[in-house]
Design a protein. Sequence first.
Lengths: 170, 123
Amino acid sequence: MADIAFLISAVVTVLCALIIVTRKNPIYSIIFMLPFFLAMSVIFVLLQAAFLAAIQIFIYGGAILVLFLFVVMLINLKSSELRDDFSLWPYVWASLGVGMFAGAVGFFINGGMTRKLAMAFEAPAKNPFLGSCESLAAPLLKEHLVPFEVVSVLIFVALLGAVILSKKRV
Amino acid sequence: MDMFSPVILAFTGWFNLEACLLLAGIVFIIGVWGFIVRKNVLIMLICVELMLNAVNLAFLSFARAHASSADPALKAAGESGQAAALFVIAVAAAEAAVGLAIVITYSRNRPSVDTREMDLLKH
């Protein structure tokens, strides 16, 4: 069952990512972010990360998506900006570079470096609590306590920065 | 159930580490491609979110692989992988907030958010 769920969500994820990148109007890109994040969170659940899947829906689907939507409505795009005047060369160069990068990724995945890990992945889960709040909180509050606090400072600074940047007059 | 069992058998084994990493790589590459090719700042920011999501997927698939091992140190590494994914989500939220604030300020002062017309420093 997990295999079928993974296949469906993988196909939805890739299709939505392609739609997001290729639409001219940013509204359509943002609307298609929602199925992208939902399918990604299905994969997170399959990977035994239930808490992170919920966080993914809250933060990405709830907060970031709505933020993008509000900004698109605020900055009134002119209709002239909605067309991309087409020139082939940037696409050719970008596809070439991206293709080389994709080859490197494929080489890494096929390189046998992960063979032992792949066997461990297929084994039945020996840690049924993985992905629960408890198992996620333990490393956060023990060995990663300093980064955890730094992240809270980072979010506070980002909040202040966003407010100050978007104020009319400083 | 018997009617569907051949269908279920045909799809067995697709959910493995290589498939997850391949999906993460494909989504990351689509994000890189969009970031290079598109000229609209908003869609470039969305592509950054796509890339961060792909990195999260890679983190979580490695965490799942490590957490299944019998070694307690590797098991702890699996839990730390999920903590790293949480950090990535937090940084992505902060980045989106600041980036969109910059876009709003820019669009208030200049007529367009097209990156081809962002040439104030050139003239």
